[in-house]
Design a protein around this ligand. Sequence first.
Ligand code: PRX
Length: 637
Amino acid sequence: MKCPYQIQSLEQYHTDYQRSINDPDTFWADIASNFTWKKQWNTVRGGDFKNGQSTWFEGGTLNITENCIDRHLADNAQQNAIIFEPNDPQSDTQYITYQQLYDRVNEFAHVLQKHGIQKGDRVCLYMGMIPELAIAVLACARIGAIHSVIFGGFSAQSISDRVNDAQAKCIITCDAAYRGAKTIPLKSVIDDALASCTSVQTVIVYNHVNETVNMVSGRDFWWKEEVSQVQQDKLGGFPAVEMNAEDPLFILYTSGSTGKPKGVVHSCAGYMVWANYTFVNVFQYKQNQLHFCTADIGWITGHSYIVYGPLSAGGTTLMFEGIPTWPDAGRFWDIVDKYKVDILYTAPTAIRSLMGCGLDPLENKSLESLKVLGTVGEPINEEAWNWYHEHIGKNRLPIVDTWWQTETGGIMISNLAGITPAKATFATYPLPGVIPQLLDENGHVLEGNSVSGNLCIAQSWPGSIRTTWGDHDRCLQTYFSAYQGKYFTGDGCLRDENGMYRITGRVDDVLNVSGHRIGTAEVENAINMHPGVVESAIVGYPHEIKGQGIYAYVIFQNEIDDAQTLKTEILKTVSQLIGPIAKPDKIQFVPALPKTRSGKIMRRILRKIAEGESDKIGDISTLLNPEAVEVIKQGVI
Ligand code: PRX
């Protein structure tokens, strides 16, 4: 069946966009009426967006899993919902039909209930990219528990920070995960994390790798044993818990420019509508197509475009456990050919790293099944865009460059595949419902075309962040206070002569490393935990593969005898406190950091030095210690 709200032409894009702006209530009511509700909403758009308190579909009740699973059973029970490609290409594929997904999610919801999990409880998931992760996410949603997925690369300390902030009652994990030639211990990291978490009563462990793990009696339980008990007890379907539209569906922690990561909260109804609407329209998803999003469910992209978007649309989503370069750099292309993937959605960093492997891995790959290509997570440079277009898209496929954020829930600015025009390195035009504005430093809206400024969103959209968990004030301060009455994205952006948007990168102290957000303050805090470190400053610099690399300037308290050993220790500290993704690429020991008279580190100067543009530093006479700059320049790596 054709999706009634899928945009079919450029003309329709324009009319739908206008309708979404002129009469958002009717526009979104029409779309929302295509979903399964337990009770119809009273108010489409409510709350107070200007003060960071939007509501959508208030008064309505629903359960997102009825929209992602149950409603597809009548006509498509035997269609694959999830296809799982394991890490090892020799291992067996798993095909999970909608009927099987229904059964497995319901069984696991019973398991959660048996362990006392109820509506509103928080459950953290720390697993590999296996179908059980999607099943656990959906089982939480079915029971009304708030899931918080923690990326498998985070350290014990990062996990305990998140678990404690959310006051999670339960953790779901695996013994270990495969990652190319390596296995990553997960349960033992959880054991370390839980040493400082008192809220957790239950840990459910999925045995995936057969790694020996320590099971704490009365706290730790094996997934398979628990599920088999439910099967023996013949408990049957689990009635989907009735959720208010605005009840939280999940928390996802993300880095900001200050402090610890914050828990971005998304709602049940608005998020569902937004993930679904954007999925159907941006990728122009057609029934029976296979969607392959290469992200990890530990990030928002996996939430919206592996799980909730495709499943709410009755699609088939491909989950891949491994990495693009193992056993060789043809892994993605083999997967595309093996399953006849229609839509491939990946990150510029993956494209750049595969581009670096040359064209040999593409030999004998057909890639003929592909219809749409997508990118997400960071600005894509022209060279990578052209390579993707020529060698993967064979110069015929649309590439959607999708700009969005953890906080936006789904895609905000993007071309619609084959429907609206594309332009290399441009996210192009806003989706219906999205009003982007560019503002100058004084808060003035920049009108007209050919302008650059800070990107804000001027009107509420269904998928917007609702709060930051446990601290609404932080949400207001971070997103709604820089520019009165508008959501501030933290991104710089330009609008070209045709009104197309191009994201130029973060304008705050957040780095984007391989498409992952990393807060400079977080990395600095981690480095400063090394007993010999006095102070540190982190900046980004252009990195050929990762987009941005992490450059650390470190003041050490003593004379340095063995810089290499020290650097290794610092890297280990960062790995332990945050995770390997936050390890600096370069560390430079310095005697002092350039500071203003009020004691603020002048990152602008450090950035210029790290970028190799120390000749463009400009006037430093107002610094407290201008002499520090010369010393740093001389020691640059
Ligand atoms: O700087 C933008 C960049 O990624 C940031 C959001 O990161 P995160 O919340 O981790 O979500 C990533 C996946 C949606 C943005 O503030 N970003 C994301 N997509 C693009 C992008 N930059 C340029 N072009 C994009 N298509």
